[in-house]
Every structure is written in C-alpha cells, then in structure tokens.
Design a protein around this ligand. Structure first.
Ligand SMILES: NC(=O)C1=CN([C@@H]2O[C@H](COP(=O)(O)OP(=O)(O)OC[C@H]3O[C@@H](n4cnc5c(N)ncnc54)[C@H](OP(=O)(O)O)[C@@H]3O)[C@@H](O)[C@H]2O)[C@@H](O)CC1
Ligand SMILES: [K+]
Length: 460
C-alpha cells in the first residue's frame, strides 16, 4: 500500500525538513534524481531542453541541467520568466556551460520544470505554445505541468509526460492523472498519515478455502439482479460471484432460467422471499427501477447482512429516500455509482473525486466506490483508496455487473467492505487486462478471466 499526500501536507513536511538540513540540499537531491532518470531515458543520446518556470520546480530543472552538463550532455534552457528564474540553479547551470535559448529546438528529451506543487490551473498561453512545439519525450519534474496537483483535474493545456520524477512522496496527481511512468526519489521526507492510499498487488489477500472450509463457511453470496428485459446483467453478476469465490451463490429473480442454464452450480429461485440465507447480497444490476425492484431492494436492506447496491439500486435509493430506513445502520453497505448515478444520489462529483467519494461515504454511512478511469473507494471512517491500475479495457457494457458480483463474493467471504471494494476494483481491471491481451474484450470475457486474475494476485 503506497501513501498519497496533498500538496499542503507535503509543503509543510518539506519546510520541517528544510529547517534541519543544509540550504539547497533538498533541491540538489531532487535534481540529481531527475538527472539520473534523464540519463537513463537518453540512453547515450545527448541533447536536452529544459522548460523553466518561475519557482522551485524550475530550480530543480536548472540543477538537473547542471548535473547533466557534468555528464557531458548538451543542455539548453528556456526561461519562461527570466526575472523569477531560480537564481542559484541558474548560475550553477550557466557555470556548467548550459545555454539559454528561446526555442525548444530538436532535443532528444525535454525536461518540464514549468510548475510543480504550487501549480494552479492549466498551462498559461506562453508555456502552452512551447509545450505544443515539443516533439521529444517529456520528463516532468515532480508532476506534469498544467494538471492540478491535488485533484488531477485537467482544464486546459497540459504536459503529456513520458515519465514523471517526483520527490519524497506521491501526491494525488500521480494517482488520479496520467503522469507516464512515475519514479519516486528519496529526499528524506517521511510524512505520516497519508490522505489516501494506492493498493498494490501484494496488498490483496483474496479469501480462499482453508482445510476445514465447506461451501457454507466461505460465505454464501446472494444475487438479486436482472429482469425480463436485462437477464444478461444477472448472468454476469452471478457469474462473477461464482468465479470469485468457492462458497455458494444463490440467485433470486426473474432471470432464474438464464442463470440455471449458464451457472448450474447456483441455487436459483424466482423470488427473494424464497432465497434462503446468505452472508451478503448483490442488488441492482439490470433490475430496472419499477415497484417490484423497490420491494426487492427493501428486502435486501432489511436482511441484516452486508449489501452491495449497484446500478438501478442506486437510482432507486436516490428516487425513494425512505428506502434508507429499511437498513440497519450497522449493516455494511457498498454503493458503486458511476458519475451520473453519483450525481442522482449526492450531487455532481466535481473535480475532486476523492473528496466527493469521501463526503458521500460519510453522508450515507456506506463504502462508496466511484467508478472511473481511476476508481476511488471511500469508507465512512474517512479512509480512501484509489485503484492505481490504469487500463481502460473494463470500459465496456456489462463490466459494472461483473464488478458487483466480485464485491458481493468478497463481502460474503468476510472481507471488510472497504477492502472488498478495493480488492474487487483491482481484480476487475486485472481480469480485463488479462482477457483483453491487447484487443477489446466483452464483459463476459472479463468475467471469465476472474480466476486468472485471482491466480496472478495470489502469486504476487
Ligand atoms: N520545498 C522544497 O523543499 C522542495 C521543492 N521542490 C520543488 O519545488 C516545487 C514547488 O516549488 P514552488 O512552491 O516554488 O512553486 P512552483 O510549483 O515551482 O510554481 C512556481 C510559480 O509558478 C506560477 N504558476 C502557478 N501555476 C502556473 C501555471 N499553471 N502555469 C505556469 N505558471 C504557474 C506561480 O507563480 P506566479 O506566476 O503566479 O507568480 C507559482 O508560484 C516542487 O514541485 C518541487 O519541484 C524540490 O526541489 C524538493 C524540495
Ligand atoms: K513540472
């Protein structure tokens, strides 16, 4: 699990550290790390252009230029604001033979030191025009300029980084936006209590049967999904639960025939009242929002076991707030909205996806999994994680139905709801990557790759 800290926290940690280390030493450590990664990317080629802004980010770039000059690299620098360029960095750069130029030219690598932690808004027009003229790969210092450091928001021109070299700790931009390959350079910063975390493969403890387990002890997942119009959602959600757990899966709803045909190992009933005992319910995929679905959701919320409410169940909760009353507040609930469903429930997501998910988690006393290119999971106690997997292969119809089934299986298996949502989001993207293998894959293919994803997770 890697921590991520907001810029204000990073700045204050840096200030504390600067008070006890020799002046300029942090910047030189940071810049040395940038130069090291630049040399690796250059792999023998010899021309670099620095884009230098008005603050310490530009100072890092100038010092990196100094270290690169000492390794014999030809380095030119464009000063976006010559009067405010970092004075010591600039004089070191000049001393080492660096040249000040007006155009990017045709370098092998460009180093983006336009703006770092103090960035606000997109690239300004002069910087945007320069970046537009770059044809070489870009190494971003700390973060790609033009992307908001705390939210990853892109609201205008920005730098598309091949690689980002950052210092001390990860900031939200590295988790929420595309920064290319991100490398962390140790400058001695040791912040505590991250604002949120990134899950890594090695963090995921998938529940598997122990020597004395049987089909019941591993947790029975109940799925209340699908309708005459959308039986496929039930097939995908139930199938995902079947494949994600060795425990039993019960299905209750109007798609029982389709489920029996595809998943003979499930126990199927037409109605929720005949379903039998389960340790967690999945509700919502493809159910529609009619009055019978309303009744199903109410029964599930009253059942006193963890519930994952997806798709139409979220819309129903938004439309009929009295449904919340059916829920025992101590019973865990996981909500898995995409942006439009989130808006129905809690208002617009806005630019800060982590803050939005966190606020909704507190308001609804539920784990909120906000779907997106980077999925955010927030718990009512304030914990939050971002799924660092960056593939877009899961962006296909039916993919959310599969995710709901995986979460349900993990909840039934006793995984704590916040982690159940995080593990499921991770396994979901991994399954999509494995199934896609470079070509588009339908949700049913994603679902079938769940065992391969779990195997890969358990091997790491
Ligand atoms: N502290 C430390 O110990 C260490 C810090 N380190 C480094 O310092 C960096 C932070 O430096 P920083 O705080 O000096 O500000 P920085 O991000 O360079 O911005 C400078 C100025 O740019 C401007 N500007 C704002 N938005 C803009 C935009 N969209 N487009 C264009 N310009 C924009 C705005 O000035 P304005 O023009 O508004 O007056 C702003 O004040 C950090 O990221 C890391 O690289 C490392 O050396 C490790 C040790
Ligand atoms: K930068």
């Amino acid at each position: 699990m890697r921590g991520v800290w907001h810029t204000e926290r990073v700045k204050s940690a840096e200030e504390e550290l600067m008070a006890v280390v020799p002046p300029g030493s942090l910047m030189r450590k940071a810049a040395f790390g940038v130069a090291t990664h630049a040399l690796r990317l250059l792999s023998g080629r010899r021309r670099v252009t620095l884009l230098v802004g008005a603050g310490n980010n530009g100072g890092d770039a100038l010092w990196a230029g100094y270290f690169l000059r000492r390794r014999g690299v030809g380095v030119s620098a464009i000063l976006l604001n010559p009067a405010k360029a970092h004075a010591e960095g600039l004089s070191a750069f000049r001393r080492a033979g660096g040249r000040i130029v007006d155009e990017v030219g045709t370098p092998d690598l460009v180093i983006d030191g336009i703006v770092g932690l103090s960035a606000r808004g997109p690239l300004r027009p002069d910087a945007a025009a320069l970046v537009e003229s770059v044809r070489a790969p870009i190494l971003a210092v700390d973060l790609p300029s033009g992307i908001d450091p705390d939210t990853g928001e892109i609201s205008g021109p920005f730098v598309r980084a091949h690689t980002t070299v950052t210092f001390g700790c990860l900031k939200p931009v590295h988790a929420l936006a595309d920064c290319g390959d991100v490398h962390l350079v140790d400058i001695g910063l040791r912040p505590t209590d991250p604002d949120f975390v990134l899950l890594d493969r090695s963090d995921i403890a998938w529940p598997v049967p122990g020597p004395s387990d049987d089909k019941y002890t591993q947790g029975v997942t109940g799925v209340a999904a699908g309708s005459a119009t959308y039986p496929g959602a039930a097939v995908l959600s139930t199938g995902a639960a079947v494949l994600a757990t060795s425990g039993m899966v019960r299905y209750a709803g109007p798609a029982a025939d389709a489920i029996r045909a595809r998943w003979p190992e499930t126990i199927c009933t037409g109605s929720i009242t005949d379903a039998g005992r389960v340790q967690a319910w999945v509700v919502g995929p493809g159910t529609g929002t009619g009055s019978s679905s309303d009744g199903v959701l109410r029964s599930v919320l009253e059942a006193g076991v963890p519930v994952i409410a997806d798709a139409d169940a979220i819309t129903l909760l938004a439309q009929h707030p009295t449904l919340w009353d059916a829920r025992d507040p101590d019973t865990p609930l996981v909500l898995t909205p995409h942006d439009r469903e989130f808006e129905r429930l809690a208002g617009p997501v806005g630019v800060d996806r982590v803050a939005a998910a966190r606020k909704a988690a507190q308001r609804f006393n539920a784990v909120v999994l906000l779907k997106g290119h980077r999925t955010v999971v927030a718990a009512p106690d304030g914990r939050a994680l971002v799924n660092s997997a960056t593939s877009s292969w899961p962006a296909t119809a039916g993919s959310g139905d599969v995710l709901s089934g995986i979460i349900g299986a993990l909840l039934a298996g006793g995984v704590e709801p916040f982690l159940a949502a995080g593990y499921a989001a991770y396994a979901h993207v991994l399954a999509a990557e494995l199934a896609a293998d470079g070509a588009p894959v339908p949700a049913s293919g994603l679902m079938e790759a769940i065992p391969a994803a779990i195997r890969a997770l358990r091997r790491s």
